[in-house]
Design a protein around this ligand. Structure first.
Ligand code: B12
Ligand code: SF4
Length: 468
């Protein structure tokens, strides 16, 4: 009999996807509320097509040391990190430290910041390739070529040191689930939820609007700006998560009600599942809510909707391209109250925009109107929770360009980053933000929102207010 020659086992091709390491102390903050859905979508898409690749996800709650230890242990062929603009510094530090490990691997970056400013990443970090925009198909092509030892310089949707290869068209079919199976939900926690086990679900990619202050670069590079998943596929994911023990789902796409008819169909498919004890939250825009939709949302146990009300002034709402009026906001708040659905309202202070080549911005009187509007809404139970932010012109937004043009770019004051608006003193801004934050904090305490899990965030806020 012929002796079989034993070949050395083939080394598995390993790809590490990573969030920047925010550390365990970040529990309760937005960065660790959910696993990175972009990463989970890419893993799900690519592993179906390249089943012999091993994918490992380094999650956001790891410390820097744990993050680096894991990479040393795994020795991946590819290290791929995802990050947003506000996390640029930590991400750059992480990338430098990973490079210093001296391992031989391709270093890739994707997500909001590498999409809006790939040159910043390529020039200031040892990243080899930035993946621009939607990542699934580009990552698949990159990994396939790497495995086959083919050149990767010209892949559409990538930018490397030598070449910008332009944007890849968007996926036609987004009816698939993220790789939920690699996640232990015990590691995640959301500040406002009724149930302990909670997950985010994305029924839609993109948003049809273009508010001036919003930096949503990943989905604005290519048309169509909005793609909806089929109601059946969404219900399939709801059912999957329910079977994993999830009892609350936040439909986290920017806007759930881009199309009321489709929204009603999604609710009907979820209703058909007949899941006991399941609750939902979602994001809505105020201009597309009617009684029929509110009724159907209530039927699937949506208990909280998040709405970007932004300002109580029509002049401001128009200026920032919100496409919503104060009347729309009030009408929607009333409809939702009639159906016993609570509202989390988001408000902004000191927004700015350009009209006919002229800089315009929110006046202190208008900010007072917004504060008063919030007080009345809280008193009349039209809003349950509120959150304020002082407008910060983030890269990728139209406002960022306006701020640059007029030299009013963000600067760091006690309250964080904001703009220098002519004639408005820093103290004036601080006083208004203080009023808003105190209102938010008192409301939070009154509503029992300051629970054990959100205590740290609330304590930080209170300290900030006291120190102003
Ligand atoms: C859900 C969500 C979260 C969740 C989950 C994060 C996530 N990425 O899924 C949580 C709560 C954790 C979160 C946190 C934060 N978020 Co957030 N978030 C969103 C939201 C509403 C949806 C994201 C989404 O659609 N995911 C689904 C997948 C399919 O899309 P994706 O995440 O963009 O990923 C695709 C591509 O970007 C790319 N890709 C992403 N990562 C990578 C990595 C590699 C290696 C590759 C190759 C490709 C790739 O491929 C993915 C698949 O197609 C977006 C708004 C939006 N519409 O994009 C804001 C958004 C991304 N968040 C934003 C911000 C600012 C934050 C926070 C900084 C908030 C805070 N104050 O702490 C943190 C930072 C988190 C971080 N890791 O840096 C901003 C980013 C703006 C900017 N220019 O940087 C956005 C655009 C909202 C906005 N309009 O301002 N967020
Ligand atoms: S703020 Fe909301 S509605 Fe406006 S462009 Fe951004 S995601 Fe869309």
């Amino acid at each position: 009999m012929k002796q079989k020659t034993s070949e050395p086992p083939k080394k598995k091709f390993k790809v590490v996807f990573a969030d920047p390491p925010f550390g365990r102390e970040s529990k309760g903050e937005a960065v660790t509320e959910s696993p990175n859905l972009g990463i989970l979508y890419i893993i799900s898409y690519v592993r179906q097509r390249l089943p012999d690749i091993e994918f490992i996800y380094l999650e956001p709650f790891l410390s820097m040391q744990e993050h680096l230890e894991k990479i040393k242990e795994i020795k991946p062929d590819v290290y791929a990190i995802s990050f947003t603009t506000p996390r640029r510094e930590l991400s750059f530090e992480t990338i430098a430290k990973v490079k210093n490990l001296g391992l031989s691997m391709l270093m890739v970056a994707g997500g909001a910041h590498p999409t809006i400013d790939p040159q910043d990443v390529i020039n200031n970090t040892p990243i080899d390739v930035c993946i621009i925009g939607e990542g699934e198909e580009t990552t698949y092509e990159l990994l396939k070529k790497l495995q086959a030892k083919e050149a990767i310089r010209d892949i559409i949707g990538t930018v490397n040191k030598e070449k910008d290869n332009g944007v890849r068209p968007l996926l036609k079919n987004i009816d698939f689930l993220p790789a939920w199976d690699i996640i232990d939900f015990e590691n995640y926690d959301v500040a406002v939820s009724k149930k302990r086990r909670m997950a985010y679900l994305l029924p839609i990619r993109g948003c049809p609007n273009y508010c001036t202050y919003c930096s949503n670069p990943v989905w604005k590079l290519e048309k169509p700006w909005v793609r909806q998943r089929s109601p059946k596929n969404i219900a399939e994911e709801v059912n999957y998560l329910y079977n994993k023990g999830i009892r609350e789902i936040y439909l986290r796409s920017d806007t759930f009600n881009v199309d009321i008819k489709w929204c009603l169909e999604v609710c009907d498919e979820i209703l058909k599942l007949g899941l006991k004890g399941m609750t939902f939250q979602c994001n809505l825009r105020a201009d597309k809510v009617n009684s029929e939709l509110a009724q159907r949302l209530k039927a699937i146990n949506v208990w909280l909707v998040h709405i970007g009300l932004e300002s109580a002034n029509d002049r401001v709402l128009k200026g920032i391209g919100k496409n919503v009026t104060q009347e729309d906001n009030l009408k929607t708040l009333k409809i939702l109250k009639e159906h016993s659905i609570k509202v989390y309202g988001f408000l902004m202070l000191y927004n700015a925009w350009e009209t006919n080549g002229r800089l315009e911005y929110e006046t202190p009187e208008e900010v007072n109107n917004t504060l008063e509007f919030a007080r009345i809404c809280l008193r009349d139970k039209l809003i349950e929770y509120i959150s304020w932010s002082i407008t910060n012109p983030i890269i990728g937004s139209k406002l960022h360009d306006v701020a640059k043009k007029y030299g009013i770019e963000s600067y760091n004051v006690k309250i964080g980053n904001c703009m220098r608006l002519p004639g408005i003193s820093e103290q004036q801004m601080i006083d208004h933000v203080k009023q808003g934050m105190i209102l938010q904090l008192l409301n939070g305490i009154q509503k029992g929102m300051i629970t054990k899990k959100s205590y740290k965030r609330a304590a930080q806020k209170a300290t900030k207010i006291l120190n102003m």
